[in-house]
Unconditional design. Sequence first.
Length: 296
Amino acid sequence: MHMHTHRRRCTFGFTLIELLVVIAIIAILAAILFPVFAQAKMAAKKTVDLSNVKQLALSVIMYGNDYDDSYPFSWGWGNGGTDWSTGNWVPWQGQTAPYVKNQSIWLSPVDNWNRGTDPAVGNGNYVPGCSNPGAQSIGVTYSMNYLDVWDGGYPYDGTAWWGPGSVQCDMSPTCDSGGPGETSVPQVATTILMAPRPDNYHQWCQGWATDVFFNFSEFLCPNGSCSGTQLVTPGGGATMFNNGTNYALCDGHAKFMTLGASLVAQGAQSTAPVPTYWPTNDIAWPWPVGMWDKRQ
């Protein structure tokens, strides 16, 4: 007698509910991890940016070693006449280029402005070799700390706007009259030398877009969206990395700071009254000016 054993074939698989649970778990994990990945990516860019700032600060120091301890003037020098529209106008990035070699570090990894080709805008202040029509422009993110007397409704107070004794030369590390550089800054470790000024026209070939101060719309607001005494949408260079940005100080070191930290009173500023010539716009022109002023 033969006995036949029948084996039941069992097919195993996921039920619909199980699949939905797995999908839900994956979605939850993705929601948790994607922001972490984004933060890690931004942290890496912040580190690269800090390295850029540090290298550019050192290039300024090396420039000073070769040029009688002077900082390069942010707006640069012309050799074709007194009119900006003639001759070659060499801003500070052109002056320090021999010490940098790598032009890519002038552009922050988070500076995504579309600068297009090299347009002949403004006064056409071009560094030598930049006047080729249609040439791809080279973005520049960083600017020197220099007070522009015309920005923000700065009033004329009867003193010279330019040259020794002017407000901008008294406050700024760099000065249009040249003069001593590091020796004119009493506290080099707490005086800002360089900060980001990202904008679509800030590029290698523009001689006039090379200075920055905390009142500049490009520094305080994205797309220059400042209105009157209010910051419509805070952002810009001042908050390139969440709530702050990377600065270079006059002694050559670089550090991350919030805008508020850069404005904390330094030395004599703690008891100094607001200057009579200072604009009344507390948002764009706060007082004290902290590390932005070399008079400490």
